[in-house]
Ligand binder design. Structure first.
Ligand code: FES
Ligand SMILES: [Fe+2]
Length: 460
């Protein structure tokens, strides 16, 4: 189904002007197929961090749409990403999610590949194939392009895709710098993975949603197990939300106190966005968040003054979420129109004392992932929202993203390091920008046209 034929008469799938979305984009199987082809078959995607595969032969399996790739450390210290599918009959050549290998032997007929993907063993090559098999042409296939930005490994299946830095733009780079700026990083062993019965775009939409915590996460913050009220807190007041003792609770993302610019939004080409509180509004969550790197000479060289003020949630289109609140990267991996696998990578500064590393890991586990209070609460909403796109009558109701609509004045810092930005209170600009860009990706247009169509406007 093309974007055009997916429209219902005059109704577009996404209206940037009206702030409306056609609900069918959250469960239509034909649209999901188009996403696999035009988005996940082309976009740069985050695979893993270099610290996860430090030694020769170390590997980590990562998803690229429905393809699975083995990200493998090579003999020369470089990194390759190989499609995990045997050249013979297609079986996966590696069943482990991560580990160390000298080679990969397919469990079906025993074809064996070295860590560079070269086919080095074929049972019966002499007697059965009569040496008439083109061994050199039947290695594991590589991704089209792979690049590493400060340890963050990305790849694309599209040879035409622009270089990684061009794709990321200032917004994507700013998001990665929220983590990289802290110094040399390592990933806490054990990537958390679990499935939520929802469309992947609900999970992406929520990255920017600072409107829901005061309701959705009320119980998590009341227990204190997801952190005390100020863990993700901004200095905004909630509207009459009472704690167990009757006193007002301060919750993150609560109804704004009237401060007009305690939130910042960045929007950029290809659909990247950052949205959330400023550093001043967020604070340091009782010392859990280290903002000191923001004033370092390196940060000043890499980031503009507005970007260094942002403590928002960064989304690298389509599915990579960077949150400095728990020092994590999450992938919202689509497994089907109504099924999303959530992955969590937790980062700690390599030189940090053990107690700080433990504190970061514990904070992350209590917030997100299968044991995280916040994500259990979020997941319920996303699952229900996805289900309600299936009703014959319900599907016809447009979904709304109208908060602060057409009031978001975009400042273009064309000479500096800052991405296009908006200063405002809580809003729905980040979500709307994601969907407005998504529809252009789905059109299948070429890269130059995609960049042009997703150039940030002056007002959103
Ligand atoms: S499918 Fe891999 S050896 Fe046959
Ligand atoms: Fe949430």
């Amino acid at each position: 189904m093309t974007t055009e034929s997916a429209t219902d008469g005059a109704r577009p799938l996404v209206s940037l002007e009206r702030g409306e979305i056609d609900r069918r984009i959250f469960s239509d199987p034909d649209i999901f197929e188009e996403e696999m082809r035009h988005i996940f078959g082309r976009s740069w995607l985050f695979l893993c961090h270099g610290s996860q595969i430090p030694k020769r032969g170390d590997f980590f399996e990562a998803p690229m749409g429905r393809d699975n790739v083995l990200v493998v450390r090579q003999r020369d210290g470089g990194i390759k990403a190989l499609l995990n599918t045997c050249a013979h009959r297609g079986n996966a050549v590696c069943r482990a999610e991560e580990g160390n290998a000298k080679n990969f032997m397919c469990t079906y007929h025993g074809w064996t590949y070295d860590i560079a993907g070269k086919l080095v063993g074929v049972p019966g090559l002499d007697e059965l194939y009569h040496n008439d098999l083109d061994v050199s042409a039947n290695g594991l296939r590589e991704v089209a392009q792979l690049e590493v930005y400060k340890g963050f490994v990305f790849a694309t299946l599209d040879p035409q895709a622009p270089p990684l830095l061009e794709f990321l733009g200032r917004t994507g780079i700013t998001g990665l710098e929220f983590l990289a700026g802290q110094g040399e990083l390592e990933v806490v062993p054990g990537i958390q993975k679990f499935v939520i019965p929802c469309n992947w775009k609900f999970a992406v939409d929520n990255i920017f949603d600072w409107y829901h915590p005061q309701i959705t996460h009320l119980s998590a913050f009341q227990t204190g197990l997801a952190g005390s009220a100020d863990v993700r807190g901004t200095k905004m007041k909630t509207a009459g939300v009472a704690g167990p003792d009757g006193s007002e609770i301060q919750l993150p993302g609560g109804v704004a106190s009237g401060a007009a610019s305690d939130q910042m939004v960045f929007i950029d080409a290809f659909g990247h966005a950052i949205s959330g509180p400023t550093v001043e509004a967020l604070g340091d969550s009782g010392g859990r968040i280290d903002h000191s790197w923001r004033d370092s000479p390196e940060a000043r060289g890499n980031l503009g003054p507005m970007a260094r003020r942002s403590a928002g949630h960064a989304s690298i289109f389509p599915t990579c979420w960077i949150t400095l609140l728990s020092n994590q990267i999450s992938l919202r991996v689509p497994r089907g129109p109504m099924e999303t696998e959530i992955w969590w990578f937790t980062f700690v500064p390599k030189q940090a004392p053990p107690e700080r590393k433990t504190a970061i890991a514990q904070g992350a586990i209590h917030s997100f992932g299968p044991a995280g209070f916040l994500e259990q609460e979020d997941g319920e909403n996303w699952a229900q929202s996805t289900l309600q796109t299936r009703g014959n009558a319900s599907a016809k109701i447009p979904q709304l993203l109208q908060m602060n609509l057409r009031r978001g004045k975009v400042v273009h810092d064309s000479d500096g390091l800052d991405p296009p930005y908006i200063e405002c209170s809580i809003n729905e600009h980040g979500q709307l920008w994601t969907f407005a860009s998504w529809v252009h990706w789905l059109s299948g247009c070429g890269w130059p046209e995609l960049r042009e169509r997703t150039a940030p406007p002056d007002v959103i």
